[in-house]
Every structure is written in C-alpha cells, then in structure tokens.
Design a protein around this ligand. Structure first.
Ligand code: ADP
Ligand code: MG
Length: 384
C-alpha cells in the first residue's frame, strides 16, 4: 500500500504545511450483485488497496487538490466551487464538497493531496475510496463528525448527484464501515448490517481480467430498467412490493409470464441473489465454507446467464479456477462486463493458486492478468 509517511513528506514539500492523514479502502464484493439498488443485500469486504488523503488548512480561501496518481493540481475558490462535473478526476472530491456544502457546511480553504493504489476502473471501487477519504479529511478539518453510515450516504449522493453515476450505496458504505478480517452483510434498505468473520486461513484472491467492455448500449441502464419493469409487474398484483427486495421466487412463478423474457431473467437473478447473499453470510458465520463456495458458484451462474452481466473473459477466469487446489468459491465481482473475479482460497494455497490461475488465463485468452492476494481490512480512518 502507498505509504502515508511518503505522502506526508510530499505534501509538506508541495504545500509547506503539516497535513492530517486519512485512508479509505477499496472493496471487493463477495456476493450480492445488482441487488443494492433493489434495496436488497450485499456482502462486501474492504481490502488492502486504499486511497490516502493529506489535508492542511489554507488562509487564502483556495481549495487546492493534488492527485499524485495523475501528477496534476487543480485550484478553486472555496467560496465559488464548481456546481457541475467536468468529466475529470477532480469531480469526485468536488462532488463531496458540493454535498457537504448542501448540508449547510461552510467549506474552508485547504490543500489536499490524494494518492491511491486501488486499481482505477477495475471494479474495486477506487471512486468510493476517493470520495470517502476526501469526506473524512474535509469534515475533520471543519471539525464536523458524521457517523460512518451517514458519511457513506453523503458520498453516494456526491457520486449520484454530482459525478452523475447511478451507483448504489455498497461501495461507499463498506469503505467507510469495513472491519478487519470481516465481510459485512448490508441491508441496503435501512443500512443495518452484520459482520461475518472471514477465517484467518482464507485469502481473498482478486483476479483482474484486464478487460472492461464498454457498455455502449447503455447496458447498466437497460438492466436497471428491466429490473424495474419486472418489479412493476409484480407490484400490480402485490402493491406492497416496492422493490425486488420484497419479491419472492413464487411471485416470479405466478406472474413471470406477464414480463418480457429479459425482465424475467433479470428479476430471477436479483430475487435469488438476495436469498443467496443472506445464506452466504449465515454460512460464513457458521464457518461452512463448502456452502459458501456453492452459493458463490450459483451466484456466478445467475449473474452470467440470467443477468447477462459477465463476459467471455470473466467466465473463463471463474471456470479456470474451479479445479485448482485450495479454491473455496469463485465468481465475477462488481458491476460486470469485465473487471475482477473474487476467489476465496485457503491461505496456504493462495500463492500457488494465483500463479496457476494467471498462467491458465494468459494461455487461454492471451491476456496477462493481475492477481492480488488480499485480506479483509478495516474501514476508513484517520492515520495518527
Ligand atoms: P472504480 O470505482 O471501479 O475504480 P470508477 O470509474 O467508478 O471505477 O472510478 C474511477 C475514477 O475515479 C478514475 O477514473 C478517477 O477519475 C477517479 N479516481 C479514483 N482514484 C483516484 C485517485 N487516487 N486520484 C484521482 N482520481 C481518482
Ligand atoms: Mg466506482
């Protein structure tokens, strides 16, 4: 991970001011895909990859933000911050400032250095890590404290309303509230959550397919529309169903014929995924790793066949892992159409697993993947 001491030294050299330091992790979702916006369940874990923020006050009324990853600085007036996104990395910190201002906070002048090692755009949520670390740094400078779940909601809003990406609450929530060596079962309806311990002998092996298929057909939007269409059909018969979270497999049996074939498949994924996610948390709490692995395999099948959110490369990465020694469960994680797979692997076997999987994937696809052996890390915090 990037060293906070190094960021402190660079911030001091750049801004001639001693910074306060903060960190917020990226995340990997163990199970529960495309359920968050249906007010359902997800079970992510925070990971070792994280984004650091160094912040110090300024007296000239400027907000100066430096991104180490891009070697680029942006300067704004604290009293006249941009109200709109500009398709630039600075949208993420500026979005957080806009939401904080909207909550009645006066944004002070400050210098902010950002530096992260969450792979960008790989489905490990570098954007949420950036938002949460920024929010923590700025609120701390202002002397304002928001509890983790509230901070997460503010960061989600900044991505929805300012950056313009219609993400659910999962990424920001786990970055703000993750717990070391635990996965977190989150109920996206009321943000209640339960921690599920990940045994010490289990490693999170994250395999990056190195592809992210452009979803130019507006796939994400069309999937959401299909999910909503299915929900509306069920709600005609059962008005208490507001989101697919409220629906059951029996509803699909009764009224699935009134849906378009695609809406039926998407709904079947979301409804069964909610059940699997709750069952997976129970399995983890019971230390039933066989059941957890089985649920992950089912989840991948459902994501790939019913939701049609996978791709050839991700299916290959999951398939090639199946008979490798030490595998507990494997599936595509994140928003889909590429990105990373999550493999739960016996820790002692993890290095050999990673090497063998990498070699198999390269031989099959001609693409050299990045494979990371991670553990579940704690949530965002100040570094003393
Ligand atoms: P993901 O969240 O899956 O990594 P996103 O597309 O949601 O992918 O977010 C990636 C974007 O977030 C980057 O293109 C960049 O604009 C911004 N970003 C993430 N981390 C950093 C960072 N450390 N410094 C500057 N910008 C970052
Ligand atoms: Mg993101």
């Amino acid at each position: 991970m990037h060293d906070p001491k190094v960021l402190r030294t660079r911030h001091l050299a750049r801004f001639q001011a001693e910074p306060a330091l903060f960190v917020a992790p990226g995340r990997v979702n163990l199970i529960g895909e495309h359920t968050d916006y249906a007010e359902g369940f997800v079970m992510p874990a925070a990971i070792d990859f994280a984004t650091l923020a160094a912040i110090s006050p300024r007296t000239d009324g400027k907000v100066v933000i430096y991104a180490e990853n891009y070697s680029e600085e942006r300067t704004f007036d604290a009293a006249a911050l941009p109200a709109k996104a500009s398709k630039h990395w600075s949208d993420y910190p500026l979005g957080v400032l806009a939401i904080l201002a909207g909550e009645g906070n006066k944004i002070p002048g400050f210098s902010l250095s950002l530096w992260g090692d969450v792979p960008l755009g790989s489905g490990l949520s570098s954007s949420a890590a950036l938002e949460v670390t920024t929010a923590l740094a700025v609120t701390s400078l202002m002397g304002v404290h928001y509890p983790g779940p509230v901070l997460a909601r503010l960061c989600q809003r900044s991505e929805n309303e300012f950056v313009g990406s219609s993400c659910g609450i999962m990424d920001q929530f786990i970055s703000a509230n993750g717990a070391e060596d635990h996965a977190l079962l989150l109920d996206c309806r009321d943000l209640s959550f339960k921690l599920a311990p990940i045994p010490a002998n289990v490693a999170l092996v994250i395999a990056n397919t190195m592809v992210q298929h452009a979803v130019t057909g507006g796939e994400y939007t069309s999937r959401r529309a299909e999910v909503e269409e299915a929900c509306a059909v069920i709600a005609r018969h059962r008005p208490e169903v507001r989101f697919l979270r409220d629906a059951t497999p029996a509803d699909l049996e009764k009224w699935g014929s009134e849906m378009t074939p695609n809406a039926l498949k998407r709904a079947r994924h979301v409804i069964t995924e909610n059940l699997r996610t709750v069952a997976a948390a129970d399995a983890l709490i019971r230390h039933d790793l066989v059941e957890l692995g089985r649920l992950m395999a089912e989840a991948h099948k459902s994501y790939s066949h019913d939701f049609e959110g996978s791709c050839v490369e991700a299916d290959a990465m999951v398939e090639l892992a199946q008979d490798l020694p030490g595998l507990i469960g494997a599936r595509l994680t994140g928003g889909g159409f590429g990105g990373c797979t999550i493999n739960l692997v016996e820790r002692s076997q993890a290095p050999a697993f990673a090497e063998a999987l990498g070699a198999r994937y390269a031989a099959k696809t001609g693409i050299k993947p990045q494979i990371h052996i991670c553990h579940a890390s704690g949530g965002a915090h100040r570094i003393e």
